[in-house]
Write a protein that binds this ligand. Sequence first.
Ligand code: FES
Length: 145
Amino acid sequence: MDDRTTLRRKLLHYLMGTSVGATLVAIFYPILKFMIPPPTSEATQNSVVAGKVTDLVPNSGKIFKFGNKPGLLIRTASGEFKAFSAVCTHLDCIVQYRPDMKIIWCACHNGQYNLSGQNIAGPPPRPLTQYTVNLRGDDIIVTKG
Ligand code: FES
């Protein structure tokens, strides 16, 4: 074998190697990017406008977004506003206000919380996280902590 043949072979191997490598990267990189989503940062906001005072009649509740998590805003029968994390402490279902029973209720396994967020019946092992509620004009401001 002369030097020109050897050189041609090395060049061919190099080109084959890089094109195969590039093809593999072009195929698998998008698949890996899809399968491993970028890390999402937890909401850094500490307070949100959860709604308007006029949104809720006494003895009602509504779900609001606190960053990327749901929250539950309640106007009690006496007109007091309360807010909690709406994520059940059992298996993370979304809780709701039950005006007929005047409790916070989880439909998944009949979990029940009182209007202080304490788990009172069913499987939930812990109370709901309670938020602070303040009114600013007609806005209902919910704050963590
Ligand atoms: S997830 Fe709420 S009671 Fe099971």
